[in-house]
Design a protein. Structure first.
Length: 238
C-alpha cells in the first residue's frame, strides 16, 4: 500500500555554513542534495561502525525539530505548505545561540549551552502555526506513541498537537547519534564529536531560518524541499 509523504518543520542552517557541512559529513548524508557525503577518517572511532551509530540520525537528516513529522491533511498541498513557510519566516527574527556537544540520555547531540527564550518562542510558534496543515494522527500512530508510557500531559499534547514532547518537554537539539547503550562507546564517540565540532561551537551560531523536510514514504530518508531565511534584526521594520 502506498503511504502519504510526511513533512517536518526543522531548523536547518544554510548549506554554506561550517555547521551544516560538519554535521552532514558526520552523518554521511546531505539533506539538501540527498547525496551521501564522504567522511574523513575519524581516528578516535576507528573501531566503531559510524554508519551503524548514525543510521537513524542520518535518515532524518541533520536538523533540530521545530514541528515533528506529520502527514498533510486533506485539502492541503505541498505548495501551500512551502508558501506558508516563506510568509511565516518573514515575521521572524534571527538570533544567536551557543551550542555544545553533549549527551541527551543515551544519544549524543548538539545542545544549547543555556536556555534561549527566542528558541522557545520559535518552537511554540512552529508547533501551533503549522498545525493547520497536519492530518489527525491515526490510531496506529497513537498506539505507537503510547508505548512510551506518556504522562497525562504528554498524551494530551500528542492528541491536540500530534507530538508529545513539546512545550514544557521541548529540548532543542541536533541529533548526532542513535541510542548508544555502551558507556565506553558513548564516551569515545563523544570525545570525537567534541573535537570535530570544536571550530563550530567556539562562537554562537545564528538561528536564521527553518526548512520543510519531506519523506516520500516511511522507508525513505528526509530531505529538504524548501528553506526560508529569517530577516536580520537590522531588516526589521520599526
Amino acid at each position: 500500500m502506498t503511504t502519504s509523504p510526511r513533512y517536518a518543520i526543522y531548523y536547518a542552517p544554510s548549506d554554506e555554513t561550517l555547521l551544516w557541512k560538519t554535521g552532514s559529513e558526520w552523518l554521511g548524508r546531505d539533506a539538501y542534495s540527498g547525496n551521501r557525503v564522504e567522511r574523513r577518517e575519524f581516528p578516535g572511532t576507528k573501531d566503531e561502525d559510524i554508519d551503524r551509530l548514525t543510521s537513524s540520525a542520518s535518515h532524518y537528516g541533520f536538523h533540530a525539530t521545530m514541528k515533528a513529522p506529520f502527514v498533510l491533511k486533506e485539502g492541503s498541498t505541498e505548495d501551500q505548505l512551502l508558501k506558508y513557510l516563506k510568509s511565516f519566516s518573514r515575521k521572524q527574527s534571527s538570533f544567536e545561540a551557543k551550542l555544545s556537544v553533549r549527551p541527551l540520555g543515551q544519544f549524543l547531540a548538539l545542545r544549547l549551552v543555556s536556555g534561549v527564550e527566542q528558541m522557545r518562542l520559535l518552537h511554540e510558534d512552529c508547533v501551533k502555526k503549522f498545525d493547520k496543515f497536519r492530518a489527525p494522527l491515526t490510531m496506529e500512530d497513537i498506539d505507537r506513541r503510547r508505548k512510551a508510557n506518556l504522562s497525562p500531559d504528554q498524551d494530551a499534547r500528542m492528541l491536540e498537537w500530534g507530538y508529545p514532547y513539546i512545550f514544557d518537554d521541548f529540548r532543542w537539539h541536533m541529533t548526532l547519534s542513535n541510542r548508544i547503550l555502551s558507556d565506553s562507546t558513548r564516551d569515545k564517540v563523544l570525545g570525537q564529536l567534541q573535537d570535530l565540532f570544536k571550530d563550530v561551537v567556539c562562537e554562537p551560531i545564528r538561528i536564521d531560518g527553518i526548512a520543510v523536510y519531506r519523506q516520500v514514504d516511511r522507508n525513505a530518508p528526509f530531505n529538504i524541499i524548501g528553506r526560508a531565511a529569517f530577516p536580520a534584526l537590522v531588516d526589521q521594520p520599526s
